[in-house]
Ligand binder design. Structure first.
Ligand SMILES: *Cc1c(COP(=O)(O)O)cnc(C)c1O
Length: 376
């Protein structure tokens, strides 16, 4: 069976976890600091905090920007539920934006029409680690004075005009879930780029207390000063993540190679009558998180999934747009989001993980080409 995803282990995970067990098992210790240092030095993030998931990092973001009932938050509909849930939890009304016609990312040109006096924040997703158009987005959030949050769950080591994703939002959130390029099983990261949110972030992270300053020896006892929760992961998780971070560049090199191979193999077969390939804007340097094709309609896509399955290849559709979900459809304002619907129905993800061989990729692409030659 050619699996859709296989998490990659670098070999040092168990060793570091053993060290964590001896040193300190609860959070905010040696390994957490090592990971923090790595992210700050490599990507120039002003301040970072490891979290137990990207979902939790987004929850922290919603608390930090003071989301209240009555606030509106603009979010692309074609995304994972965790982009929206943290804001719904705090009472916000979600205004769903469409995807762009040529990419699952938010349609930047549709955003201004969605802004109202109640709009507090814009949350963007860099789908497949492919950057959104940050120059245009920055102009919009500056003009209307709203917060920009990057759901960069899929975007570690991706760039916009050579600047790392995660450095644009007031706050940005990454995921280290098993399905992402690097993983700690479950895990996440909150990046705080906005000076004004720095101090409070650390307090919310540690149960609404000043414990982090206490641990640094800045104060002689700590106390409850704000709302907060338990967002800091155990040292075993951070130890796992550190092992992955040390191999990040090798992981990226291999993923990029495999992604390019898919692209080259399929390029001459892609056209308006068959299937589409990912379009990479000039400004984006992506991290090969996902390789997808777009089929013409849902039935061709679903038949292709079945065809590949018969050949023991696992290929997978992706999001069911959130505005059509059971939970949110009755709250949605009835606008039709044509492009989000298109990606819901037509996008197909192919297997992509370090262990894949050239032969396996050839087998997948040959099978896709065979499917289209049979259906013509
Ligand atoms: C994976 C993912 C999340 C959730 O990440 P967790 O770490 O599992 O909470 C959120 N948003 C997007 C776009 C994702 O791909």
């Amino acid at each position: 069976m050619l699996y859709f995803n296989k998490p990659y282990l670098t070999g040092n995970e168990i060793k570091y976890i053993q060290e964590a067990i001896i040193k300190q098992t609860s959070g905010n210790g040696f390994f957490t600091n090592k990971c923090h240092q790595y992210f700050q030095e490599k990507y120039g993030f002003k301040k970072v905090l490891l979290t137990t998931s990207c979902t939790d990092a987004l929850e922290m973001a919603a608390i930090l920007i003071n989301i209240h009932p009555g606030d509106e938050v603009i979010i692309p509909s074609y995304t994972y539920v965790s982009t929206a849930n943290p804001f719904v939890l705090r009472g916000a009304k979600i205004v769903f934006a469409d995807s762009s016609p040529n990419h699952p990312n938010i349609d930047v040109d549709s955003i201004e029409l969605l802004i109202s006096p109640r709009t507090k924040a814009l949350v963007i997703v860099h789908y497949a680690g492919m950057a959104c158009n940050m120059d245009k987005l920055n102009k919009i959030v500056e003009k209307y004075n709203i917060f920009l949050i990057e759901d960069a769950a899929q975007a570690i080591n991706s760039y916009y005009k050579n600047r790392p994703l995660g450095t644009f939002g007031n706050l940005s959130c990454f995921s280290f879930h098993e399905t992402k390029n690097i993983t700690s099983g479950e895990g996440g990261l909150l990046v705080i780029n906005d000076e004004k949110l720095l101090k409070r972030a650390e307090i919310i992270w540690d149960k609404g207390t000043t414990r982090a300053s206490f641990l640094r020896g800045e104060i002689d006892k700590y106390t409850w000063v704000d709302v907060g929760s338990s967002y800091s992961p155990s040292e075993m998780i951070a130890a796992f993540l550190l092992a992955q971070l040390e191999s990040l560049m090798d992981i990226q090199k291999r993923r990029n190679y495999l992604w390019e191979k898919y692209y080259c193999n399929l390029q001459s077969y892609s056209n308006n009558d068959s299937f589409g390939l990912p379009q990479i804007p000039k400004y984006a340097t992506h991290n090969a998180h996902i390789f997808y094709i777009t089929c013409k309609n849902a039935s061709t896509r679903n038949n292709l999934i079945h065809f590949l399955k018969e050949k023991n290849i696992q290929a997978s559709f992706h999001y069911l747009s959130l505005h059509k979900s059971k939970f949110y459809s009755e709250r949605h304002d009835c606008r039709i989001l044509v492009n989000a619907d298109f990606y819901t129905n037509c996008l197909l993800r192919l297997p992509l993980y370090i262990e894949l061989t050239d032969q396996e990729i050839n087998f997948v692409t040959d099978s896709i080409i065979e499917y289209y030659s049979l259906s013509n």
